[in-house]
Design a protein. Structure first.
Lengths: 267, 283, 659
């Protein structure tokens, strides 16, 4: 070939494979861990808060981990995903076969997942953790609602609206389908399951994995819905203060809800 | 469902054909009335239409152009979109197609290849993709050198179905990842210049299931495997196996029931191993 | 000086094997084909390819026996040196195809599997499933693609060969072809033109051949002055599925596994065949041949099915000749086990399950033994001289013919699984001769620009005037149908002089009418209408050659069967009488050979084929009677062998006396 190829054309294989890989590691893996952590809410405020403490025991490094292993890979996976979606032409109306439906579903759930995650991250995490951002932008329009040191109560509060939880349910299911089906196609792409028989078996396994993760994910939603917010806030404050005393957590009032933050800052 | 051949009541039926006079011209529809005969297939319908060259409303028209060859579903010529689905027209029996509610046949050219005229499309890209993946056994010479390498029966039974591929294009037509490439000839452009430009356009686009499958066929032949690495390099080049989106329509529409998705997965595995070897292996 | 070039017309087994071999020899090739070469008619061959092999050799087979089976099967009308060379090469051809990756069936141990085919006692036939032709073609197609990627071959696919370009000395200097998409007519300067364009099945309307097998390329060479040999020898396959568009082969194994052939006693009985009671069915093979029943040999089955439909008017359908081949009495599991594959083919194309409903079948034109006359150079040993430029050259210098469209190898009838062999063999074998030819040339075709220009203009004018012509009301499609009907009726299985003479008149009439064809498409873009019309017009010279050759040949030989000239079976009951009858039979046989053991050579005078006869080279194996199934065959064979022994004794005696 003599003509000049674009960067994408020259590295198409690498880019596609990285895209495939990033869906499992780290994005998919993170999602599974995240959903399982969330599901711990069903064990009570403490269990959940402990897990969040663990994550935040990294201190400022959390930010690095967040960006390097979560946000950037998701952005990479999602943006490329959009490019790939527009390179194909779905034809399920002419060829209504099962795998073809899944091909379309993979792309639709990918797009749902992208917008869901975008919303979810802004709503909960807020991305920018500066005070000015929180005060002037996030708080007025309801972003960055999650406080790591009030994990259960803030998450629960954010999910009290049934419409919000409904949309979360859709978002979670889309993510889980995208993950489980992606796992199956990944196995073909990388040549793990080759024969039709193996592919069939793999699709059953992926379906099973997906179903389990879906149950875990949805159970967290239910768990958050059932949280008694006042009680949770009180318990979280206790835990915070104990943690500071015993030195097991890093003091960071920014990770508390505003009412508690003010108290703590006055100490 | 097989219709009972002895219980046929209709006397004629309608055929709607999507026509196009040449590359770049707009497509249009024409309707023909065809007298019903028993045992008709789409080829014989088109033969009748060519002989009468008259539309259902009685207007004279040019005969509809289409491609066909062996009429036994082994040459791969007569692929078209019949009632919405791609298939060989020689094995498309009118009795089966009219089984539905309306007594109408709808014929369209394949949508993934440039239309030459009416139902004739330019499938050069299919053959070009075979060239891209070097789908051949690189023998030294055609002089007599004795028999070829021994091949086990089991291996032959894997390879034979792959070598039944007739490059008809059904798999590509049904593939959502395979998209049309049409290069418009510039004014006064020579054949050679045009062909070069066309091939360059094809060479960065998806090679499609058939070429992937053929590459696997030759990689599993003892002599063919001598250039297996080259083929894997090509398969992982622009438009290679990585473009596959696993919709798996190819294997469903393949008239020869070739295990294309197995070939694609084999290619995926081989390319994975090849790349790992290349990056981490011996220098 | 520019490099010599070769134009090859046709991308089937012969054209492709010739192309790849020439490339290997360093010759550049332009390959012209109506269709992408991978779609050539060779894909349709199912059975296999013959050669003497390690296994058969150990039970007494030799290349000689393969040669002998071939000439015996061809009723000794084959020139023997080419056949001998082909049989000698056969094992090498299969080895080569094996090396090219053809997916031949394998034995448990990994060797090529072989099966037995008609006309031999040995398992000579290598095969790849039921698609041997397809697999062989793909093997060659891949090699040619390899050369194409190196720029040695330029393919002109979707181009129609319009004729050879001849200079004032009637030497071929190139080819004229037309692009089927742009309709551009172009001259291709070439120092050698090789035609490997296959058979002329479409002359018969519908046959087992592909739609591009019009014979037009051979006909255009014929009209340009090339001789056509043995045109009347057309092989008919006994059982084909008569489709509305083509006739598809139905394997003979359906009869082999117990299929019964019958027709309703009431002509065109429209009842469901299964509801027709036994006593209203006519099992004509079983009743006429109580001994063999439905398993009569191929040619007899063919003739009887033909006879019951054409002469007795008992065809199952009125407008389409066919008889029932009934398997419905056999349990379905047994059918699936033994015949599953071929029954699925029937179901796919007829939409009816032959396990439930009797199949409808009829004989179909299948192969042309005849074709363009070509030369060869014989060696002392009786084979062909390797790399002789004379091998496979037509009577037009620099114009060669190979594959089904040349007249060698198959004589009066072709042995199963020999056609794939002859195609690949000729393609490979002719290449070094062409290379020799090129190296001996002093003036290359590139120096004949004016000749090329003139030819191109002539064809362009012909094309333009065809498009412009108005007034005529003949429909080329209907003319083709009429031609097919008259050819099928008169010149297939059973031939009668009155019918042939009448057919010749009809064909002449159709030929005249074809000059008034009106085109429904007069455009200059992918005009299939004008291409078809030209093809139809070029069918008439071949049709006339076939019919005239058949009319003149008053004998039975191979596929050419004239009941009026058939040798009667022995009728006497006593041994002595029988012996005497056999002597007479043999006298008559020798007498007939003196007159008719000759190649039919046709030359076209612009209107009619002029026919002459040429001796056949039978110097290697003297002709002997073909006695399949004849009553009294043993006695005749005995008499014949005695004669032969005596003759060789005489020769030996004379030689002894001379020394």
């Amino acid at each position: 070939m003599t003509q000049e190829m674009s960067f994408f054309e020259r590295h198409e294989f690498m880019i596609r494979r990285l895209h495939s890989l990033s869906g499992l590691i780290p994005v998919g893996a993170f999602m599974v861990v995240h959903l399982m952590a969330n599901a711990s809410i069903n064990n009570g405020t403490e269990s959940y808060q402990k897990i969040v403490y663990q994550i935040h025991s990294l201190g400022p490094a959390v930010l690095v981990v967040e960006w390097l292993f979560i946000f950037l890979p998701i952005i990479f996976h999602a943006l490329l995903g959009f490019v790939f979606i527009f390179q194909g032409r779905s034809n399920v109306s002419k060829y209504p076969y099962q795998a073809n439906y899944r091909y379309v579903a993979q792309r639709v759930t990918g797009m749902i997942a992208f917008f869901f995650i975008l919303w979810h991250v802004l709503q909960m995490n807020g991305v920018i953790h500066a005070d000015w951002f929180r005060e002037t932008i996030a708080d007025p329009i309801g972003l960055a609602q999650f406080r790591p040191y009030n994990a259960a109560s803030t998450a629960a509060k954010a999910l009290q609206n049934p419409i919000v939880s409904g949309l979360y349910a859709i978002g979670i299911l889309a993510c889980v389908f995208h993950f489980a089906n992606g796992l199956w196609t990944m196995g073909i792409t990388w040549g793990v399951w080759v024969s039709p028989k193996a592919q069939k078996m793999a699709s059953h396994i992926c379906l099973g994995v997906g179903a389990i993760i879906a149950v875990i994910g949805l159970s967290a939603l239910v768990g958050f819905y059932k949280v008694d917010i006042d009680k949770a806030e009180a318990r979280e404050l206790e835990m915070y203060e104990q943690g500071i005393k015993s030195g097991t957590i890093l003091a960071d009032p920014h990770k508390l809800i505003d009412s508690q933050r003010a108290d703590q800052e006055n100490h | 469902m097989i219709k009972d051949a002895y219980d046929q009541t209709i006397s004629s039926f309608t055929v709607r054909i999507e026509r196009q006079d040449g590359p770049g011209s707009p497509s249009y529809w024409e309707t023909f009335d065809v007298t019903y005969e028993s045992d008709m297939n789409v080829i014989s319908v088109l033969q009748r239409i060519a002989a009468m060259s008259e539309t259902a409303t009685g207007e004279k028209t040019t005969p509809v152009a289409w491609s066909c060859g062996c009429l036994e579903e082994v040459c791969g010529s007569c692929t078209m979109v019949i009632n919405g689905k791609v298939r060989q027209s020689c094995s498309a029996l009118v009795d089966n197609l009219l089984d539905g509610t309306d007594q109408e046949l709808v014929l369209q050219p394949m949508s993934k290849f440039p239309v030459v005229r009416d139902l004739v499309v330019d499938r050069q890209r299919i053959f070009r993709s075979l060239q891209r993946v070097e789908a051949w056994v690189p023998v030294d010479t055609y002089y007599d050198m004795g028999p070829g390498p021994k091949v086990s029966r089991a291996q032959q039974e894997i390879n034979y179905p792959l070598s039944e591929c007739m490059s008809c294009g059904c798999c590509m037509e049904a593939c959502p990842q395979y998209t049309k490439v049409e290069v418009v000839r510039a004014d006064g452009e020579s054949d050679a210049d045009y062909d070069k430009r066309v091939n360059e356009a094809y060479d960065t686009q998806f090679i499609g299931p058939q070429a992937i499958s053929q590459a696997m066929l030759f990689n599993s032949h003892p002599t063919g495997a001598q250039i297996a690495e080259e083929r894997l390099e090509l398969l992982s080049g622009p438009g290679g196996v990585q473009v596959c989106g696993n919709a798996q329509n190819c294997v469903t529409v393949c008239p020869k029931e070739i295990p294309l998705t197995t070939s694609i997965a084999r290619a995926g595995r081989a390319v994975t191993v090849h790349k790992f070897k290349k990056w981490f292996g011996k220098s | 000086m520019s490099k010599p070039r070769v134009v090859i017309v046709g991308g089937g087994l012969a054209g492709l094997s010739c192309t790849m071999k020439l490339c290997e020899l360093g010759v550049d090739v332009d390959l012209i084909s109506l269709v992408p070469v991978k779609r050539s008619h060779s894909v349709c061959a199912q059975g296999g390819i013959n050669s003497c092999n390690d296994q058969t050799r150990q039970i007494g087979d030799t290349e000689w026996k393969h040669f002998d089976d071939t000439v015996y099967g061809g009723d000794f009308l084959n020139h023997q040196p080419p056949v001998k060379e082909m049989a000698d090469w056969a094992p090498k051809v299969i080895d080569l195809m094996d090396r090219l990756g053809v997916t031949f069936n394998r034995t448990q141990e990994g060797f090529l599997d072989r099966r037995r085919f008609g006309g031999t006692l040995y398992k000579r036939t290598a095969f790849a499933g039921a698609t041997t032709g397809q697999q062989l073609l793909y093997g060659l197609d891949e090699q040619v693609r390899r050369w194409e990627s190196q720029g040695k071959v330029t393919k002109y696919e979707h181009w129609d060969f319009l004729g050879p370009i001849l200079d004032e000395n009637r030497v071929c200097r190139g080819a004229i072809a037309q692009n089927l998409r742009t309709m551009e007519i172009r001259s291709f300067p070439a120092d050698v033109v090789v035609v490997g364009s296959g058979g002329p099945g479409l002359v018969y309307g519908r046959s087992t051949m592909s739609v591009m097998c019009t014979g037009s390329a051979a006909s255009r060479c014929f009209q340009a002055g090339a001789k056509y040999g043995n045109g009347e020898f057309i092989q008919v396959h006994p059982t084909a599925i008569p489709g509305a568009d083509k006739l598809r082969l139905m394997s003979e194994s359906a009869r082999g596994e117990g299929g019964r052939v019958w027709v309703p006693r009431k002509p065109q009985d429209s009842r469901d065949p299964k509801s027709i009671p036994e006593d209203e069915r006519y099992y004509f093979l079983e009743s006429r041949y109580p001994e063999y029943g439905n398993l009569v040999p191929r040619d007899i089955a063919t003739r009887e099915i033909f006879d019951i439909c054409v002469n007795e008017g008992l065809s199952v359908e009125a407008d389409r000749l066919c008889v029932y081949l009934d398997l419905t009495h056999i349990p379905k599991p047994e059918l699936d086990r033994k015949l599953g594959g071929i029954l699925d083919i029937y179901q796919k194309f007829q939409g009816v399950d032959p396990r439930d409903v009797p199949m409808k079948i009829f004989p179909a034109v299948h192969y042309s033994m005849g074709g363009l006359w070509t030369d060869y150079e014989r060696t002392q040993a009786g084979g062909l001289r390797v790399a002789s430029p004379r091998n496979h050259q037509t009577n037009i210098e620099n114009l060669y013919a190979i594959g089904e469209c040349d007249y060698h190898y198959h004589g009066a009838n072709r042995l199963g699984a020999n056609s794939l062999l002859s195609c690949i063999f000729t393609g490979l074998f002719v290449a070094p001769g062409i290379q020799q030819k090129l190296s001996g040339m002093t003036k290359l075709s590139s120096e004949y620009a004016t000749v090329h220009k003139a030819a191109q203009d002539e064809h362009q004018n012909r094309h333009d005037s065809l498009l412009k012509r108005d007034g005529g009301n003949e429909n080329p499609y209907l003319l083709h149908q009429e031609l097919g009907q008259v050819m099928t009726r008169s010149a297939t299985v059973v031939r009668r002089n009155d019918q042939l003479a009448e057919a010749y008149e009809t064909i002449c009439d159709l030929h005249e009418r074809s000059k008034n064809c009106s085109l429904s498409d007069t455009g200059n873009w992918t005009n299939q209408n004008v291409v078809f019309t030209k093809g139809v017009m070029d069918m008439f010279p071949l049709a006339k050659t076939i019919v005239k050759g058949a009319l003149q040949r008053d004998e039975c030989r191979g596929a050419h069967y004239k009941p009026d000239f058939q040798f009667p079976p022995l009728q006497a009951t006593t041994d002595q009488e029988r012996h005497r009858e056999a002597e007479l039979w043999c006298d008559r046989f020798e007498e007939n050979n003196k007159k008719w053991l000759k190649s039919t050579i046709a030359e076209f005078d612009g209107e009619h084929p002029q026919i002459t006869y040429e001796d056949v080279d039978v110097s290697i194996e003297p002709p002997r009677p073909r006695l399949y199934g004849l009553v009294g065959a043993e006695v005749i064979e005995q008499v014949w062998n005695d004669r032969r022994a005596k003759r060789s004794a005489d020769v030996a005696e004379n030689q002894a006396a001379a020394t």
